[in-house]
Design a protein around this ligand. Structure first.
Ligand code: ADE
Ligand code: ZN
Length: 340
């Protein structure tokens, strides 16, 4: 199963580019930009990663970003992630970025988005990995700030496929951002929002995402299983759910394999993703491999999880079909080899 998973053609739909900042790159950038880190070595930094809920993770995640200053820093961050993704047979990625986490530190919007975009273009050309960009708003900041950042993005609308909502969910419901998401939709952008596992008022938040904001996808969304009404809505609207097993494990001490089994049994379009792989020390393959071990998923179920990611990706139907055929060919060849 491990080899089968590692070599499968895959897509990733939930990865925060700032969450791919590896300690080695962090140290190199800190030295170049003369930013002080509180730890002596990358290993010491990793051993200080201590989170058990969303706020304790976010504190470490935002502190880590201080080393990202110049356009080339964002370029390197993105190119390194895309190289890693390609080495895991990921063919297509939708990447989140958090511009407000940088503009509050005095970094210009142009610097951030240009560095990321140039790396996407180069990675497609040199490595053959396709990617699209999703701009996330920080829900613990104001709706006005979100709108200001949407306006900042207008000259680069072609570089974005959608907008998302992340950061601390507590007392920051989807409805707070209704206007900015409505505006983004008018501009032709796709919509997604985080509904992290076990958050306060999670069922209200999921319902607002679907009925008020009318999102095209939900990030996480595990708790929807607590409501038949929400599961039915998600199915009826064909909404993809970008679930992140290792990320969940830090909060609920399980890779949520039971929940993923339940979603598959209900034919919900659940996908597997890495979220913040440098912090959680698990990229997409490790997420799938660990999940398979915990939940004893069959080969068919793993194929469904990976196919779902291509199915709910924000790409045209021909491209989608092409990826799905590539996956099908891989499975046929793999099974042929293993029958002989
Ligand atoms: N930012 C980065 N990762 C996140 C997550 N899992 N939830 C909310 N905000 C995030
Ligand atoms: Zn996330």
């Amino acid at each position: 199963m491990q080899r089968f998973i590692e070599n499968m053609p895959k897509a990733e739909l939930h990865v925060h580019i700032e969450g791919t900042l590896e300690p080695e790159l962090s140290f190199a950038l800190a030295k170049k930009n003369k930013v002080e880190l509180s730890y002596e070595t990358p290993e010491a930094l990793i051993s200080a990663y201590d989170f058990n809920d969303l706020p304790s993770f976010l504190a470490i995640y935002y502190a880590g970003m201080n080393v990202l200053v110049e356009e080339d820093d964002f370029y390197q961050l993105t190119y390194q992630y895309l190289s890693k993704a390609r080495s895991q047979e990921i063919l297509y990625v939708e990447i989140f970025f958090d511009p407000q986490a940088h503009t509050v530190r005095g970094i210009s919007f142009e610097t951030i988005i240009t560095g990321i975009h140039k790396a996407q273009v180069d990675a497609e050309k040199k490595l053959g990995i396709k990617s699209q960009l999703i701009m996330c708003f920080l829900r613990d900041m104001s709706a006005e700030s979100a709108m200001q950042h949407l306006v900042l993005a207008k000259p680069h609308l072609d570089w974005l496929v959608g907008v998302g909502l992340d950061s601390d969910e507590r007392n920051n419901p989807p409805s707070k951002f209704y206007e900015v998401f409505s505006e983004a939709k008018k501009w032709g952008l796709k919509l997604t929002m985080h509904c992290d596992v076990n958050q306060k008022n999670t069922l209200v938040h999921i319902k607002q995402c679907i009925n008020e904001v009318q999102v095209d996808r939900i990030d996480h969304g595990i708790n929807s299983l607590e409501s038949n009404e929400l599961c039915d809505l998600i199915k009826e609207k064909g909404l993809g759910l970008t679930v992140c097993p290792v990320s969940n494990q830090f909060v609920v001490q399980s890779l949520t394999s039971d929940e993923i089994h339940q979603m598959l049994a209900k034919d919900m379009l659940v996908t597997i993703n890495s979220d913040d792989p440098a912090y959680f020390r698990a990229y997409l393959n490790e997420n799938l491999i660990e999940l398979q071990k915990e939940g004893k998923f069959s080969q068919d179920q793993i194929i469904t999880l990976v196919s779902n990611a291509f199915k709910v990706a924000w790409i045209d139907d021909d491209t989608k079909e092409n990826y799905l055929q590539q996956l099908q060919r891989y499975v046929s060849e793999y099974n042929l080899q293993h029958l002989n």
